[in-house]
Design a protein around this ligand. Structure first.
Ligand SMILES: *[C@@H]1O[C@H](CO)[C@@H](O)[C@H](O)[C@H]1NC(C)=O
Ligand SMILES: *[C@@H]1O[C@H](CO)[C@@H](O)[C@H](O)[C@H]1NC(C)=O
Ligand SMILES: *[C@@H]1O[C@H](CO)[C@@H](O)[C@H](O)[C@H]1NC(C)=O
Ligand SMILES: *[C@@H]1O[C@H](CO)[C@@H](O)[C@H](O)[C@H]1NC(C)=O
Ligand SMILES: *[C@@H]1O[C@H](CO)[C@@H](O)[C@H](O)[C@H]1NC(C)=O
Ligand SMILES: *[C@@H]1O[C@H](CO)[C@@H](O)[C@H](O)[C@H]1NC(C)=O
Ligand SMILES: *[C@@H]1O[C@H](CO)[C@@H](O)[C@H](O)[C@H]1NC(C)=O
Ligand SMILES: *[C@@H]1O[C@H](CO)[C@@H](O)[C@H](O)[C@H]1NC(C)=O
Ligand SMILES: *[C@@H]1O[C@H](CO)[C@@H](O)[C@H](O)[C@H]1NC(C)=O
Ligand SMILES: *[C@@H]1O[C@H](CO)[C@@H](O)[C@H](O)[C@H]1NC(C)=O
Ligand SMILES: *[C@@H]1O[C@H](CO)[C@@H](O)[C@H](O)[C@H]1NC(C)=O
Ligand SMILES: *[C@@H]1O[C@H](CO)[C@@H](O)[C@H](O)[C@H]1NC(C)=O
Length: 809
């Protein structure tokens, strides 16, 4: 019986007319697939999710292929849409590169109306001739590839095209030449390329345009006045360019505009009053320009307004006049009045906005407390950092299931953190640094599985009763530094924890073995505590460690040999302890200090959008400085100073070619300075002072081209200070003081056997200046600005960012 059914099925298969695709189209697709596979040398077609593309089957049933509905009188269906985005996956070894020639076979599918080949790392020119044959195209998405050259003229002959996206390529070339043929274009998106010059006036010829995006290019100059002919324009997105001019008042004539995005340019002047004529306006983004004048009250009378971003300008706020304002707009979902000069209490009128999800009032002069009405509003993202707010937080705030980001850093909030913090289970980022909070960290906080970042630094938190997180929780970043925590180092955080900063507290006891359970830990900072005991061998099991700071504790015993297993370690600071014994020769094998590891990645890559980072405090050229986390990949430090280390310095330390700082001062080291130190080619700061070193300073130090800080004082060194290169500029007498007979021109003590060499070679002068300009890390202000921009796009990602992000994680 089953056999019969099979037979019937077989017969049906052969004799019912097949509503299949055309054979030549099927061929073309298979040819595309095989050229894709051979161009990437991959033998595995599942890499491209094209397994269903098999010879002999109906191509209308293949993944990513859409066919027309069969027309009467025809048994065959034609391919009308190909969704070929993100075929080529991002490999761990970087993107595969695919040649644009793989697209050739697709030109035989003349029926195509939609072609999406975005996110494929395709290289080379856009194949214009091939595209020219696809005359039915309406929608062409080529964003996020690596096309180069110019937009081929054939693109502009695709007369049905309504959607063209060439974002994120490397296209140069011109727009204006072919503008004639673009007259039917409805949507033009040329964002995220490197197009430059001024926005072509011909843009005004594209009178049917509904969306114009030139976002993230290098357009400078102004907004052409011809833009006023774009009567149908609904979306104008010129964000992230370098446009400089006043915002043209005639923009108010484009009455169909719903979204006007001009953020991150250099626009000047005031906000033109003609904007109030844009009755359909929903989004107005003017952030980070050079706009001046008062923020007009009428903005809040645009009834449909949903998103308003005006921060980061030189605008002012009429604190008296606006205090009692009653806005006509009631639907604001996103509002940024960052650094707009707001003073007094958090404005009450904000409570009239019923669907507020994003509120940024940071960097103002707001005073008073966190208003109860705001705690009750269920806002998703609240930024109030850098104000003068005081008082405790209402528990109501944390009974919100909307709250996702709460940034209150650098105010004077006080009191205990409410016990129900853990009720805010959607919270991802909680930043409370530099306030006056005290008490224990509420246990309930460990209920928040999604919490990624917890920054409680610089408060008065205390105790040792820490929340116990699920080992699988997402918590990647913990900064509890500069509080009054005591007792044992807590290890009850997630396995995902990358950054654990507990410095400047009152922690005591030994390093707990359970630290090794944090198998992703990159950054362990325990400086300025009261930790005791020997440095345990198990430390070397945390092989992901990039930064280890144990400065200023009570560690004793010797430095474990196995420390060299920490092959990713770039910064090791164990200064100001009671360590004894020799510096192990194995230190010379710390791979991360020899060469930046290829696979070097950091949690900070994940948090590029973040506003503030934990700054690692290091001793740098005789002063304590914050090393910005972004610099960690360029800086490699070894600080063993202020211990009781003895014996000779191992020659092997000379292998640490990437080290910028080596500080072994204030120990009991004896013997000679190894001449291998001349191989420390990146060295900028070398401090050997306050030891018992003898012999002469090796000539090889003249090879150190980057050195700008050398201290050998308070040893028993003798002989001539080497000359040449940077050594000629190392002429601070205090760096050589208290030795047993050093001589040389640097300290103006002639050596007996020879004359003073002439000083000041050109090369040396150059090198001398090269380091001076280079500060340590980046200015904090810059990071905040850059960070917040990223954060906006992270929380409200435009499609592009979302997809990027997904690929990245
Ligand atoms: C593919 O392999 C060939 C030889 O086997 C080689 O020449 C070519 O560079 C490889 N291409 C890629 C993209 O790896
Ligand atoms: C192809 O790759 C997929 C996933 O990447 C894997 O599951 C499969 O085993 C691979 N097949 C072959 C033949 O290598
Ligand atoms: C485009 O179509 C023409 C015929 O209309 C044909 O001669 C030409 O070879 C096609 N070009 C490509 C690249 O397929
Ligand atoms: C894109 O191509 C250019 C030149 O062909 C190359 O310099 C660049 O590195 C490529 N970009 C990526 C992301 O591979
Ligand atoms: C296109 O714009 C330019 C300058 O704005 C103008 O001179 C030209 O006449 C326009 N072409 C058409 C067809 O409107
Ligand atoms: C643009 O607005 C005008 C009226 O100002 C209207 O006639 C026209 O239909 C609108 N266009 C679109 C695409 O909405
Ligand atoms: C734009 O609006 C102004 C009034 O605000 C008017 O004087 C001008 O003629 C308008 N321009 C166009 C091109 O409609
Ligand atoms: C803001 O304006 C003041 C004077 O009005 C000027 O000194 C200052 O540089 C401006 N700031 C910016 C960021 O343009
Ligand atoms: C913060 O508030 C406390 C009272 O809670 C007060 O003693 C302290 O001076 C305030 N600090 C600052 C910087 O305003
Ligand atoms: C936390 O949430 C639970 C359930 O939603 C609620 O019963 C409880 O009262 C909340 N806790 C506080 C302190 O509000
Ligand atoms: C270490 O972790 C294990 C479970 O992971 C736990 O049972 C043990 O109590 C922890 N030890 C200390 C000293 O915290
Ligand atoms: C380290 O210090 C502890 C006391 O904190 C002491 O018991 C131990 O013997 C010391 N170890 C070494 C090697 O000095």
């Amino acid at each position: 019986m089953p056999k019969l059914i099979h037979l019937l099925a077989l017969l049906l298969f052969f004799f019912t007319p097949c509503l299949c695709c055309f054979e030549d189209q099927s061929h073309a697709l298979l040819q595309f697939k095989s050229s894709l596979i051979s161009s990437t040398n991959s033998s595995n077609d599942s890499l491209f999710s094209l397994e269903s593309w098999k010879p002999g089957s109906d191509c209308c049933l293949w993944d990513r292929v859409i066919c027309s509905t069969p027309s009467s009188g025809s048994d065959l269906r034609s391919v009308i849409a190909l969704h070929l985005g993100s075929l080529v996956s991002m490999e761990s070894s970087g993107p595969m590169m695919v040649s644009s020639s793989i697209l050739k076979p697709l030109s035989r599918i003349r029926s195509l109306a939609l072609l999406d080949i975005s996110y494929n790392y395709i290289q080379g020119e856009i194949p214009g001739n091939e595209l020219a044959n696809l005359t039915k195209l309406v929608h062409l998405d080529m964003m996020n590839n690596n096309f180069s050259g110019s937009i081929p003229p054939q693109v502009f002959h695709l007369k049905y095209l309504r959607y063209l996206d060439l974002s994120s390529n490397f296209l140069g070339g011109v727009l204006s030449q072919h503008v004639e043929s673009l007259r039917n274009l409805r949507i033009l998106k040329l964002g995220e390329n490197l197009l430059g010059g001024s926005v072509p006036g011909e843009i005004g010829n594209l009178t049917k345009l509904q969306q114009l995006s030139l976002r993230s290019n290098k357009f400078d100059g102004g907004i052409p006045s011809s833009i006023m002919y774009l009567k149908d324009l609904q979306v104008l997105d010129l964000r992230d360019n370098t446009l400089s001019m006043d915002i043209p008042p005639m923009i108010g004539n484009l009455s169909n505009i719903t979204s006007l995005s001009l953020s991150n340019n250099r626009l000047t002047g005031g906000i033109p009053s003609s904007i109030q004529k844009l009755e359909k306006l929903e989004t107005l983004e003017l952030e980070n320009n050079l706009l001046t004048g008062e923020i007009p009250l009428w903005l809040f009378n645009i009834e449909g307004l949903k998103k308003l971003f005006v921060g980061g300008n030189n605008l002012t706020w009429n604190n008296n006049g606006n205090a009692k304002m009653v806005p006509k707009c009631k639907q604001l979902s996103q509002l940024s009045l960052k650094s707009c000069g707001l003073a007094g209490e958090i404005p009450n009128w904000i409570s009239t906005q019923k669907s507020l999800d994003f509120l940024d009032l940071s960097e103002n002069q707001l005073t008073g407390t966190f208003p109860q009405w705001l705690a009750e509003m269920e806002v998703g993202n609240i930024f109030l950092s850098d104000n003068k707010l005081t008082g405790p937080l209402s528990p109501r705030l944390f009974n919100s299931l909307s709250l996702s980001v709460l940034s209150l850093s650098r105010n004077n909030f006080s009191g205990k953190l409410p016990d129900n913090v853990g009720n805010a289970t959607e919270l991802m980022i909680l930043m409370l640094a530099e306030n006056d909070f005290w008490g224990e960290v509420p246990k309930s906080i460990s209920n928040i599985y999604r919490l990624l970042l917890l920054d409680l630094s610089k408060n008065r938190f205390s105790g040792n009763n820490f929340p116990v997180f699920d080992p699988e929780a997402l918590l990647a970043y913990i900064d509890f530094s500069s509080n009054q925590f005591s007792g044992d180092i807590p290890t009850t955080f997630s396995r995902e924890t990358r950054i654990l900063a507990l410095g400047n507290n009152k922690f005591s006891g030994r390093l707990p073995r359970n630290l090794t359970k944090m198998s992703n830990l990159e950054h362990l900072d325990l400086h300025d505590n009261k930790l005791t005991g020997e440095l345990p061998d198990f430390l070397s099991q945390i092989s992901t460690l990039q930064v280890l700071s144990l400065r200023n504790n009570y560690f004793n015993g010797s430095i474990p040999d196995h420390i060299s297993n920490l092959s990713n370690l770039r910064i090791l600071d164990i200064s100001s302890n009671y360590l004894t014994g020799k510096i192990p020769a194995s230190c010379g094998h710390l791979a991360g200090m020899i060469e930046t590891p290829d696979t070097y990645s950091s949690i900070f890559d994940l948090f590029t959008f973040l506003i503030e980072f934990h700054d690692l405090i290091v001793n740098w050229k005789k002063s304590k400085q914050g090393l910005s986390s972004r610099s960690l990949s360029i800086y490699s430090f070894l600080d063993l100073s202020k211990n009781q280390l003895s014996g000779e310095i191992s020659v092997s330390l000379g292998k640490l070619k990437d080290l910028k700082l080596l500080n072994i001062s204030y120990n009991n080291l004896s013997g000679n300075i190894p001449s291998s130190f001349g191989d420390l080619e990146s060295m900028e700061s070398l401090d050997l002072s306050h030891n018992e070193l003898s012999g002469s300073i090796p000539e090889s130090l003249a090879k150190l081209k980057e050195i700008s800080n050398l201290d050998v004082s308070n040893n028993m060194l003798t002989g001539k200070i080497p000359v040449g290169g940077q050594m000629d500029t190392m002429d601070d007498p205090s760096s050589y003081a208290n030795n047993s007979g050093l001589c040389g021109m640097q300290i103006q003590i002639p050596c007996e056997e020879q004359q003073l060499p002439h000083r000041g070679e050109k090369e040396a002068d150059k090198a001398w200046f090269s380091w001076e300009g280079v500060g340590i890390g980046y200015a904090a202000g810059l990071i905040s600005t850059v960070g917040i921009i990223y954060l906006y796009s992270y929380i409200y990602p435009p499609v592009v960012h979302k997809r990027k992000a997904r690929q990245r994680f």
